[in-house]
Design a binder for this molecule. Structure first.
Ligand code: FES
Length: 106
């Protein structure tokens, strides 16, 4: 596993998501509190939507796909509602020294 320094934590304001390209991965990072972030694949499993553009629920820890409205759990990547039924990949992530790190398999 490889821990990648993706960005300054302030590039992802609390309550929002942002897409980043890291190597071959297009990931969406969501920040739900000062020190809590989640990273999942940016592309919705249902169609071509960018999940980073969806609305984040910081209490329920989910994001709503901006295209058809499936709710994805930020911890597991699993959709909680249709029309998406396949999960998206999740990546362990953390805030350290003001930076956001995401772990990828090498
Ligand atoms: S593209 Fe995300 S639910 Fe359809």
């Amino acid at each position: 596993m490889e821990l990648i320094d993706v960005c300054d934590v302030n590039e992802v304001p609390v309550g929002s998501g942002r897409a980043f390209t890291v190597g071959e991965h297009r990931i969406a990072i969501f920040r739900v509190s000062d020190h809590e972030v989640y990273a999942i694949d940016d592309r919705c499993s249902h169609d071509e939507a960018s999940l980073s553009e969806g609305e984040v629920d910081c209490e329920e820890l989910c994001v709503e796909c901006p295209m058809h409205g499936s709710l994805f759990d930020l911890r597991t990547g699993k959709p909680r509602t249709l029309p998406a039924f396949a999960p998206v990949a999740t990546y362990r992530s953390e805030v350290r020294d003001g930076r956001i790190f995401v772990e990828f398999s090498a």
